[in-house]
Design a protein around this ligand. Sequence first.
Ligand code: BMA
Length: 316
Amino acid sequence: MDNRPSHELFSRHPNNPILSAKNWPYPANSVFNAAAAIVDGKTLLLVRVEDFRGISHLTAARSSDGVGNWDIDPAPTLKPEPENRPEEIWGIEDPRVTWLEELQQWAVAYTAFSRGGPLVCLATTKDFRSFTRLGPVMPPEDKDAALFPVRFGGRWAMLHRPVANLPGVSADIWISFSPDLKHWGDHQEVIRAREGGWWDANKIGLSAPPLQTPQGWLVLYHGVRTTASGSIYRLGLALLDLQEPRRVIRRSQEWIFGPKAQYEREGDVDDVVFPCGWVTKDGIVFMYYGAADSCIALATAKLSELVEFLLKCPGD
Ligand code: BMA
């Protein structure tokens, strides 16, 4: 059944929300904002779990169909280590994962909540059981980061969202480059928040990692609309040039997904849809998103429809 509102490109799964704290094998306040990957033929979600102190860690959940029968690690998979890693004092959040074919490893970009504010950290893993931390790669405030799966001109590339705490300055998506995953530079703005009354005015951030298509890198991003009763997190799409990812080829004008269902509209933070991962199976994109900072939901779309839609949108 097609349950999409007319301007939305994704269909919500009828079993939504597919994961919540009541499914968790140990006490948790909320489970949300999960990275997604296909690992050994199964869908793996690296889930942000918030405990009853308000501190988050990451736990892996695996499923054969990516919808149900989740096999959830019985204890935190990747825990903050403030003893060795002071930047993780208030937890680790919102992971995005990218398969690096060249290194035969997954790169996990996550937000560490430091005393100085949120910052971007990287870790690598082969199996989502043991991880090698590369440490902070962007100083605060910076979050919503994900790697591209390939190098450009010999360098790795990462999208991320720095914030300057100045009135009237927007929070935009930037790109940075690295020869070794550890040292990052050549920082440049790629997608700028719109202005005024737009749904994505003033503050945007990357959602799921960039997805390679023959027409370009498909980028899913969130726009944060500030209203009298709080923020509304909605989603848009952009297409970046395959060889030159600093170049935006297309960008959606309207949002393509926003809070509608009750589990998206009401929770710890109302009116939030926040995907950190998507996977493609047989041409269908499975988008996993945190709903209202409380649970995880799934929505699907045809990859070809997303790209066709974007190709009809104007350039940035
Ligand atoms: C963002 C991030 C997300 C969260 C969202 C809505 O700034 O912190 O983790 O889902 O706010 O609260």
